[in-house]
Design a protein around this ligand. Structure first.
Ligand code: PMV
Length: 323
């Protein structure tokens, strides 16, 4: 028997960046996110024969070192009261490890697939907490629609369903598909320990989180956009001022940030955000997504463009092997 689980990435509108020292992925800042319908990680999990010494994790066809996964797998085994070793194979419908939150959907899908395979009877909050220990943002990817993950909390929770704001669109511009120069985990730790702006970022984060939640609740894209912009630019200011500095941006990323400002000057809502990578995600509404993608494709024909909506219900199914 194989379990197939699918999960979609969680895009932070208001960012998590920095951990509370000494704990496993407990956030120093509260984040507000939307799960992206249309992109997903699919993970197949099956039991290895009894007596197998180690688990096996394959991502996009390549076997991975177990170090990053073992904690999550051990927590699921503990929850299930079983000691089986498992094999997981994941594929993404979008570039991996390039700042497209593949770790959020990856750990969410893995947690779902393995817990079902081992028969662990875990609540969504427990699954979110386990996925979090693999990658912080995975705690949110276990849930669909608009989600929150509060400072100091071990689990994310649902904020509003996707149906609350069905006209929202997220245009993802894939600037570079190569893996990032430094992972989010060491980069955020470097920000925390070396940036003189880190404490200001953490202090300001509650205000931005509250503003972002109010704007989503009111479906006010301008207020959301302004809070988003403050959030991602403040987050990056801690990276730029780290020692040594962390740079994920590329010239095309900056061109797209300017393109969004130009669109807003023309009255088109186009609010960009970025994560630990050079990709630019533009939050807009259904009526403007087409104009944005057409103009972007005209100016930057090399870019891969994906248009997502709020959604991303995780799915789990059982695949029986044929005789
Ligand atoms: O979940 P991690 O460890 O990959 O960190 C995610 C950090 C950001 O994507 C930059 C922000 C966020 O809240 O998702």
């Amino acid at each position: 028997m194989t379990i197939l689980a699918k999960a979609s990435p969680s895009l932070a509108l208001i960012k998590y960046w920095g951990k509370i020292p000494g704990a496993t992925n407990i956030p120093a800042t509260s984040s507000l996110a939307v799960t992206l319908d249309g992109l997903s990680t699919a993970t197949r999990a099956r039991l290895l024969p009894p007596g197998s010494a180690t688990d096996e994790v394959i991502i996009n066809g390549e076997e991975q070192p177990l170090e990053a996964y073992i904690h999550v797998l051990d927590r699921i085994r503990q929850g299930a009261g079983r000691d089986d070793r498992v094999r997981m194979e994941s594929t993404n419908t979008f570039p991996t490890s390039a700042g497209l939150a593949s770790s959020s959907s990856g750990f969410a899908a893995l947690t779902l697939a393995v817990s079902r395979l081992l028969g662990a009877d875990l609540s969504t909050a427990e699954l979110s907490s386990i996925a979090r220990s693999g990658s912080g943002s995975a705690s949110r990817a276990l849930l669909c629609g608009f989600t929150v993950w509060e400072r100091g909390s071990t689990t994310a929770s649902a904020f509003l369903p996707a149906t609350h704001w069905p006209e929202l669109r997220i245009v993802v511009a894939v600037v570079d598909t190569g893996p990032k120069s430094i992972g989010s985990r060491p980069a955020m730790e470097r920000s925390r320990t070396t940036s003189p702006f880190y404490s200001a970022w953490v202090e300001r984060s509650d205000e931005l989180f509250a503003a972002g939640k109010d704007a989503v609740a009111a479906r006010d894209i301008r207020r959301l956009g302004e809070a988003m912009q403050q959030s991602y630019l403040s987050m990056f200011s801690t990276m730029f001022t780290s020692s040594p500095p962390v740079f994920y941006w590329q010239p095309t990323s900056v061109a797209l940030i300017r393109f969004c400002a130009e669109l807003r000057d023309r009255g088109i809502p186009a609010w960009e955000t970025m994560d630990a990578g050079p990709q630019v995600k533009i939050v807009t509404t259904r009526d403007h997504a087409q104009t944005i993608t057409t103009e972007l494709a005209g100016r930057h024909p090399e870019l891969r463009l994906l248009v997502c909506r709020p959604g991303g219900d995780p799915e789990v199914s059982v695949e029986m092997e044929s005789e």
